[in-house]
Every structure is written in structure tokens, then in C-alpha cells.
Design a protein around this ligand. Structure first.
Ligand code: ADQ
Length: 490
């Protein structure tokens, strides 16, 4: 994890995200056990040797007492993590409220929550106040730990106010902000009561990044239409001629980690077991967090339509849908879970036999090795997000398919459609007939076409890695700041 001996890291990177990449469990008054949760961002930054990364974020637990906070801070320091302590009320209003109930659905074109108008106005206001307060709390921790020359990289829709809080304190700080979700059309963004304040706060950053060129364009036109600022090919310019650079930085995965995992004996045993279990049937796979944006009901309905129209395949294909529950305390998510269960039950009742069902649905997360084995035995992956910033599942599937060369059916509303569109079968997930037809096409595709399509995507996934993404963002941020200084001195 440390830089290679003999070549000391030249720059410190402070990565600020809502959640730290660790799960903390309290074992006693002053003892904690920590587990690193490996996500895309963690592996991206572990692989980067040019700078030394430190993480700043919330540990996901409420620690009201000072003894507990001190002990957790000490334990986290060993993992290069620095905690921001948020109390329950702030978490409720900022995280559950403004982030997940307002920004998340809006940025995915699901609109603002429909509530009683008066109550909504009140809750919007108090949630927004909590959002700003929480962002300031993150800023305070960054300021405490910042050293001259550090690069500060803020992540995601939780921290749109952070660039402004940081720059107000120290205008020389190098600040970048990256959004992991889509940025919606300005017509959607303008419905948000706090639309202007959020945009201005983000513009305080030196560099603003998105997964795709479309999201970047939406952001620039929101700044033009809502704030009246000029959009240039480089970004957005304010009245004083200060430029905020805006650009696309499509994320990738640590593809080697997946490819290497397929060689692990335990994974190979698992692959063999799965192949025996599903022998004689084509395996279709969906892996998603259980979220409205992932289009899980639409995917299953399309599969039903396919079975309805293609009796030949009823006994010859199986859909494995692995859906990790998230935000389980939110009523809409509970409703989605029961809706999915109901549809799966109906289809299995309709097309199942005493010994076989067409859909295996699991409400849980799989460990990394089990996930890799599943990806490897899959014939067709179904990614039907209604909107998705990028969608890494599609990348992970491609990385694990160099033996099988399976087909990726991919929503045109996932950012990944821009990068994997050439090899995938692109679909409109709202059009169930079209998705059902794509399933038929994938099942009947010639080996030659399958291999050709896979090859294009495999090349992309292995060449555009998460590590490269992180290095590119940080080097662009450094360059942007140098260029801005040159402009001032000229
Ligand atoms: P997510 O919405 O979480 O990420 P995605 O990009 O697909 O979506 O990443 C999900 C990750 O969780 C993948 O690494 C996947 O392997 C894992 N995962 C999902 N279901 C799982 C299961 N059942 N068991 C085990 N692991 C599971 C957000 C945005 C995306 C964007 C990423 C990164 O919504 O659009 O691509 O951030 O920027």
C-alpha cells in the first residue's frame, strides 16, 4: 500500500467522500475492529503509486462519546483514514434526507419526492440546512489535516458544497470534485429549490469531473441557464473571468484483480460447481444494488415476455438475479423489494416445474470470489439501469469473460453505454418488448459475432482502468491549477 521503496511519493492526496472505505464495529469502550470494504474507488487509489492517499469521511457509525471517538480515530489512522463524526440527527437530515431522498432521485430523472406541499417545503429547507452544515463539518476536518501542496479530491453528490467551503478558507487549495451519478439535463436540475446555490458551490472547485461528456455538457448548460455564466469549451467562466474546468473522466475497474481471481483454486472449484448445476441451460445474470435506478422489475418483466414468446427456451435458460438490499429503512425501497419478490414469484409459478425455476433471485451481497465465479459462468449479462452514472457491473462481467465471451445487454441510459456500446447490445430498458428481443438475439448470436463484440469490450475494460482514471484526474487537476496561475501572472 505504501509507495515503492526508494521512490518517495511526491504529493499527498486527500480523498474526501461521504463514507470511508472501512466498516467499523465497536468491540468495547475504546476498541474497534475495522474492515476495509473494497470498492472501485479503493482499488483505484491503492494501485496509484504517484501520490500518497489519505481518506476523509464518515465511518458509518454514530459515536457520541469522546472515548469512542478517540479510539476510532486512532484505529483509522493506521488505515490512513480520518473520520468525520456526524450525529444521528445530521445523518437523518443530510444523508437520508437531502442526499438520498432529494438529490439521488432527481439526478436519476426520478423527480423530486411527492409529499404534502407544506411539509415538503419545510423538510426541503431543514434538510438543505443540514446538508450545508454537514459539508462544513467535512471541510473543517480537511482544513485540520491539509498541508501546503496537497491535492483535495471531493467525491459525489453528498459533497457539492465542499469545494466552496474549502476555497473560502484557503483559496490556494487545489480542489477537484467528481460526480459518480449522472448530472441531469438543466431542465431537471432547475426544478430543485436550491439549484443555484449548489451550482455555485461546485464551481468553486478548480476542476469538476463527470463520467461522460453528456453529463459535463448538462452541468455547463445548467450553469449558463440558471446562473447566467458563460460556458466555454474548457468549462465555465464567472463574471471576473475565473475559469472552472469541466471535463469527462470515465471511471474504470481494476481489471487485473478480476482476471487474477479467476485463477484462484477456490474460484475454479466454484466455477465447476456452477457449471454442473446449470448444465444444459444458458445462464443469464443480473447483479445490482436493489435500487429503483437499476430497473430490476423492468428486467424481470422483459425476461417473462421472452419466456412467454419463446416456449423452446423455457427449460433451457435461467436468470440469476443478485440484488443487494440498500437503504432498507426507506419505505420506497421496501416497496421495491416486495414488488420484485411478487413478480419473481409469479413468473416462477407460471413457468417453473417441480424441479426447475426460471429465476433464482437472491437478496444479498456476494463475496468477491463468488461474484467472479458467477461472472465467469454467465452467458448473458443483463444491465437494465433506468439511469446509472457509469455501472461497473458491466465492466466486471466483461473482465471475467475472456474464456466464455458472453453477451452484454446494456441499458443506453447507463454511462457505460458510451464506452461499452460498441460490443454490447444496447437497449431502452423501458421498452420491455425490445429487451425481450435482445435476449433472443443474444441467445442466438453466432460464435463469431460474440467473440468480436467481446474482444472490443475486453480491450476497453483492460486498457481504461480505475488506476488510470485516478491518475488522469489528479494530473489534470494539477495542470489546471498551474494554468490558472499562469493566466493570473500574464
Ligand atoms: P453503484 O450504483 O453502486 O455505484 P455500480 O457501478 O454498478 O453501481 O457498482 C456496484 C458495485 O457493487 C460493483 O463493484 C459490484 O460488483 C458491487 N455489487 C453490486 N451488487 C452486488 C452483490 N449482489 N454482491 C456483491 N457485490 C455487488 C455508483 C454509481 C454508478 C457508478 C459507480 C462508480 O451509481 O453509476 O458506476 O458509483 O462511479
Amino acid at each position: 500500500e505504501d509507495a515503492v521503496a526508494g521512490s518517495p511519493p511526491t504529493q499527498r492526496l486527500l480523498v474526501v467522500a461521504n463514507r470511508l472505505p472501512v466498516s467499523a464495529v465497536r468491540r468495547g469502550e475504546d476498541s474497534w475492529s475495522l474492515e476495509i470494504s473494497a470498492g472501485g474507488l479503493v482499488s483505484a487509489l491503492l494501485g496509484v503509486k504517484e501520490f500518497e492517499a489519505r481518506w476523509i469521511g464518515w465511518a458509518g457509525v454514530n459515536v457520541p462519546d469522546e472515548v469512542g471517538q478517540k479510539a476510532l480515530t486512532k484505529a483509522l489512522a493506521e488505515k490512513r483514514c480520518i473520520p468525520v463524526f456526524l450525529d444521528e440527527e445530521i445523518v437523518h437530515q443530510y444523508y437520508n434526507g437531502y442526499c438520498n431522498n432529494i438529490l439521488w432521485p432527481l439526478f436519476h430523472y426520478l423527480g423530486l419526492p411527492q409529499e404534502d406541499r407544506l411539509a415538503t417545503t419545510r423538510s426541503f429547507q431543514s434538510q438543505f440546512a443540514a446538508y450545508k452544515k454537514a459539508n462544513q463539518m467535512f471541510a473543517d476536518v480537511v482544513n485540520q489535516h491539509y498541508e501546503e501542496g496537497d491535492v483535495v479530491w471531493c467525491h459525489d453528490y453528498h459533497l457539492m458544497f465542499l469545494p466552496e467551503c474549502l476555497k473560502k478558507h484557503n483559496s490556494k487549495m487545489k480542489v477537484g470534485w467528481f460526480l459518480h451519478t449522472p448530472f441531469p439535463s438543466s431542465e431537471i436540475h432547475r426544478t430543485l429549490p436550491s439549484r443555484s446555490e449548489l451550482l455555485s458551490a461546485v464551481l468553486a472547485a478548480d476542476l469538476v469531473g463527470f463520467h461522460t461528456y453528456d453529463y459535463a455538457r448538462h452541468f455547463v448548460s445548467a450553469c449558463t441557464r440558471i446562473l447566467g455564466l458563460e460556458g466555454t469549451p474548457e468549462g465555465v467562466e464567472d463574471d471576473q473571468g475565473r475559469l472552472t474546468r469541466v471535463a469527462a473522466f470515465p471511471i474504470g475497474i481494476d481489471s487485473d484483480r478480476f482476471i487474477r481471481a479467476l485463477e484462484v483454486p477456490q474460484v475454479q472449484v466454484h466455477i465447476k460447481e456452477l457449471m454442473e448445476r446449470f448444465a444444459g441451460r444458458k445462464v443469464m445474470l443480473g447483479v445490482d444494488r436493489l435500487d429503483m435506478i437499476k430497473g430490476i422489475p423492468q428486467k424481470i418483466l422483459a425476461f417473462e415476455k421472452f419466456l412467454e414468446e419463446n416456449p423452446y427456451w423455457r427449460d433451457r435458460v435461467v436468470l440469476l438475479q443478485i440484488a443487494v438490499p440498500t437503504r432498507t429503512d426507506v419505505p420506497e425501497y421496501q416497496k421495491l423489494t416486495s414488488q420484485v419478490h411478487e413478480i419473481v414469484g409469479r413468473i416462477n409459478g407460471r413457468f417453473g416445474t417441480l424441479t426447475r425455476v426460471p429465476i433464482h433471485h437472491l437478496d444479498r451481497s456476494l463475496d468477491f470470489h463468488a461474484l467472479c465465479a458467477l461472472y465467469a459462468v454467465t452467458d448473458i449479462a443483463l444491465v437494465t439501469s433506468l439511469r446509472d452514472g457509469m455501472n461497473l457491473v458491466s465492466y466486471e462481467f466483461v473482465a471475467c469473460q475472456d474464456e466464455k465471451k458472453g453477451v452484454l445487454i446494456l441499458s443506453e441510459f447507463a454511462g457505460a453505454a458510451q464506452s461499452l456500446g460498441a460490443g454490447a447490445l444496447l437497449v431502452n430498458p423501458w421498452n420491455i418488448t425490445e429487451v425481450a428481443a435482445a435476449i433472443g438475439k443474444a441467445l442466438n448470436m453466432s460464435d463469431e459475432e460474440r467473440e468480436k463484440r467481446h474482444q472490443i469490450n475486453f480491450l476497453h475494460v483492460t486498457e481504461h482502468t480505475a488506476q488510470e482514471w485516478a491518475e488522469f484526474f489528479v494530473s489534470e487537476l494539477n495542470d489546471t491549477v498551474v494554468e490558472a496561475q499562469l493566466r493570473i501572472t500574464q
